[in-house]
Write a protein that binds this ligand. Structure first.
Ligand code: TXA
Ligand code: MG
Length: 335
């Protein structure tokens, strides 16, 4: 299945396919989504099959506007309205208590539902023409890197989707921030482009961080697959490394004749012998934008190892550090 330029006519066809229970990959501002009619359990099951994702992992339902919140959720707290008013359309998913009629297939059997109004003209137009909610996880195989270009979707899921809408390169590049407002206290389930501070400023209260350390994460005790150890991983062994250790590490790997990819932040290698070097932007937003495409690029070169220079550990880099932690199987401190 080749990507199709997402003009008005293509979006109409896509909406028709969705209403027939088919799968449509479409762009959002974060990453490409693998969409299906959120009210159709058969269509939802197709998503799980296509991704190879366990069916107890909940999906985010994309909606056309704040007015649609109560099509899906009950007991909507004031905090949810405030966040939606401030950040939607945008890269924020809100977990709320679900309406009884929302299929359990969408929520992975849970009594809560994840909702998001994406900020991408193609996604918004598709939602308007379709007229319902679109359940859409990232359009990648389970535990693989999320797609930020239509070509990524074609490569990974081209044989199993019914249509791929091409809306260009995703602007944000990492998945949405997820805030859980279904309980008594607001919780941050996944960091993203919208930072903890920005959300806390609107909520006027502290956000409890439930992202669990990588070492403690196991598939049995996590709620969101975004928290799993191996999520977002390239196939090549990848390792996070502090700036000042890189020279030594590259020397050692060179002596072992290893082929090395390096995702550099500020590091400038003294010699570039056989090194597959990608220099990343110094701004967090620009870094996030090309992170997944860069990892895919290095991954496709069939190297022995991908080294990733540790970027700063500040708030602006939280989402990136979260994804890098999940993309890497090794870290310098393990050695
Ligand atoms: O940016 C995004 O959110 C992208 C685009 C396509 O919108 N979607 C995305 O979907 O990242 P996915 O399925 O790859 O990740 C959604 C995350 C999962 O970690 C899932 O477990 C969590 O949202 N989630 C969804 N509903 C939930 C719920 N009811 N309770 C807890 N976590 C939930
Ligand atoms: Mg995903």
């Amino acid at each position: 299945m080749k990507p199709i330029f997402a003009d008005e006519a293509a979006i109409k066809v896509a909406a028709k396919l969705l209403s027939q229970g088919r799968l449509v990959a479409f762009p959002t501002e974060t990453v490409y989504g693998l969409g299906a009619d959120a009210s159709n359990p058969i269509a939802i099951n197709r998503i799980f099959q296509a991704k190879g994702r366990p069916s107890d992992h909940p999906l985010i339902v994309h909606i056309a506007g704040i007015d649609n919140l109560d099509d899906w959720a009950i007991n909507i707290p004031d905090a949810a309205i405030r966040l939606a008013n401030h950040f939607w359309p945008g890269p924020l998913a809100i977990i709320l208590n679900k309406k009884p009629e929302v299929p359990l297939e969408v929520t992975g059997g849970q009594t809560t539902v994840g909702l998001r109004m994406p900020n991408h003209p193609v996604a918004l137009q598709l939602l308007r023409v379709f007229g319902g909610g679109i359940a859409a996880p990232s359009a990648n195989r389970f535990c693989r890197i999320s797609p930020t270009q239509a070509a990524h979707v074609e490569k990974e899921l081209g044989t199993v989707v019914d249509m791929i809408l091409d809306g260009g390169v995703c602007e944000v590049g990492v998945e949405s921030t997820i805030v859980d407002l279904s309980g008594d206290i607001p919780r941050l389930l996944r960091p993203g482009h919208i930072t903890r501070q920005e959300i806390e400023a609107i909520l006027q209260t502290e956000l409890i961080n439930v992202a669990i350390p990588k070492e403690q994460a196991s598939s049995s005790d996590v709620r969101a697959p975004g928290m799993m150890t191996v999520h977002y991983a390239p196939l090549t062994v990848a390792m996070l490394c502090p700036h000042d250790q890189l020279t030594d590490l590259i020397k050692v790997l060179n002596l072992q004749n290893k082929t090395i990819g390096l995702l550099a932040y500020q590091y400038n290698p003294p010699e570039n012998r056989g090194l597959h070097l990608l220099c990343m932007p110094e701004q967090a937003d620009s870094y996030a934008q090309i992170l997944y495409a860069s990892l895919r690029d290095l991954d496709s070169r069939e190297l022995d190892i991908i080294l990733i220079e540790q970027p700063p550990n500040t708030e602006a880099w939280q989402a990136i550090n979260d994804r890098l932690g999940k993309a890497t199987t090794l870290s310098w401190t393990n050695h």
